[in-house]
Design a protein around this ligand. Sequence first.
Ligand code: CTP
Ligand code: MG
Length: 180
Amino acid sequence: MTEFLLEFWRALYFLISPYAANAIPPLVKGKTPIDAGKNFLDGKRILGNGKTWEGFVAGTLFGTFCGSVAWLFYTHLNTIAKEYGFTLPYISPFNAFLLSIGALFGDMLGSFIKRRLSMERGSPAPLLDQLDFIFGAFAVGMFITDVNLFTFLWCVIITPIVHILANLLAYVCRIKEVPW
Ligand code: CTP
Ligand code: MG
């Protein structure tokens, strides 16, 4: 049980790059669709206008940046972790770059799936919308750093809660018109 609870902190550390990468594209609101406006075999858009190069590049840069800042504090944070009997997943700046790309590919896969299900760009797909980038980050993370099923479970638990809190905060700060 303690092992699972301690895993929370490892998940939080792992999430820095993926969160940073995923948070930036909606602020950038790019204009150049990654699918170049093309349709898939089913005649529907491959990804749609919501996935742009500007968002992808800015997300990758910011995810790499935040992951690199976290990496600067790794030794310090890990010393604290060791006092509690666990080790943080080591993520170099290059691996933060790979995790960011993984997260953004996960986000694109989410849109690809939505388009195949004939869902318009921006239509809500609960859980898929919130978790797609987590799947992408994990698909990469499991090969480049020390994460496990518990880390993944924590990420899946934390992320929708963070989403709700972030939207509430944006509403309170009048950045968003509705609290969801
Ligand atoms: N965005 C972007 N480039 C990306 C990802 C996101 O420019 N690679 C921007 C788009 O302006 C997008 C917004 O961030 O509308 C919100 O992202 P998301 O919710 O993932 O896209 P949706 O518009 O909801 O489209 P979809 O239905 O495909 O998820
Ligand atoms: Mg969306």
